[in-house]
Design a protein around this ligand. Structure first.
Ligand SMILES: Cc1cc2nc3c(=O)[nH]c(=O)nc-3n(C[C@H](O)[C@H](O)[C@H](O)COP(=O)(O)O)c2cc1C
Length: 220
């Protein structure tokens, strides 16, 4: 403790950040988030569901073999010495399963309706659920980026329950005011807004400016 009672960060290393990629469409968002943070030197604790691997195969033509971590790093064009820890989802003894292991928070990108349901019900059927529950109980930021269309009543209630429990609830919903030209622009908008929620500096998308606001009002 410092003289004024504030907690001091004696350890100079940044706290790890937990990223989970689940089996909703849009694994490209989670992959980009991981790529960006690792390229900035941010330690990542990564959790990937089996369904997410199926989606990556379907959407990104990614088929992984025995060494998921190295193959993932190759795909993300990152060196093998980046601070990435990949966890088995059955390993409830992993660091992120305990609240005593300090993290900066957790983002589930994308978040399937299945994972949403488990979280809102307080289930811990895999390490993603447990790590998210830890964030909520420890009052650390937890963001979920749900992907589905349309939402049913049950999912809307689940999202409300999680929001009431302190989670930041969103869906993968890229804006268009930054005039995206490519899919990458749209992906980076969503990922940039996720990074914003955790105060990670980023220039992944063009931010809104007040002069643009005036222009837009005139156009309408
Ligand atoms: C190609 C593909 C796309 C999918 N897209 C979605 C989706 O957008 N949203 C969703 O909630 N589930 C989607 N699913 C279904 C989930 O993968 C499935 O419900 C799974 O049980 C989720 O498990 P997880 O939450 O452990 O990853 C998709 C599945 C596949 C194979």
């Amino acid at each position: 403790m410092s003289k004024n009672g504030q907690k001091e960060n004696r350890d100079e290393r940044p706290l790890p950040f937990v990223v989970a990629i689940t089996g909703a469409s849009g694994s490209i968002y989670g992959l980009r988030l991981v790529q960006y943070l690792l390229s900035e030197g941010q330690p990542i604790e990564l959790l990937v569901s089996r369904a997410a691997l199926m989606v990556m195969k379907e959407e990104n033509d990614l088929v992984f073999g025995e060494n998921l971590k190295d193959e993932l790093l190759d795909h993300l064009k990152l060196s093998k010495d980046v601070p990435l820890t990949l966890h088995q989802l059955t390993n409830y003894g992993a660091s992120v399963a305990s609240g005593s292991y300090k993290t900066r928070g957790m983002a589930i990108v994308p978040c399937s309706l299945g994972t949403l349901g488990a979280l809102s019900a307080g289930l811990t059927e895999n390490l993603i659920h447990r790590a998210a529950a830890v964030c909520l109980k420890e009052r650390r930021p937890l963001m979920i980026v749900v992907r589905e269309m349309p939402f049913g009543h049950i999912q809307l209630k689940n999202m409300l329950a999680l929001s009431e429990a302190g989670a930041i609830v969103s869906c993968a919903s890229p804006g268009y005011y930054h005039k995206p030209q490519t899919i990458q622009d749209q992906v980076d908008f969503v990922v940039g807004r996720v990074l914003d929620q955790f105060d990670f500096d980023n220039q992944l998308f063009k931010r809104w400016k007040s002069e643009n606001s005036i222009t837009l009002v005139k156009q309408i």
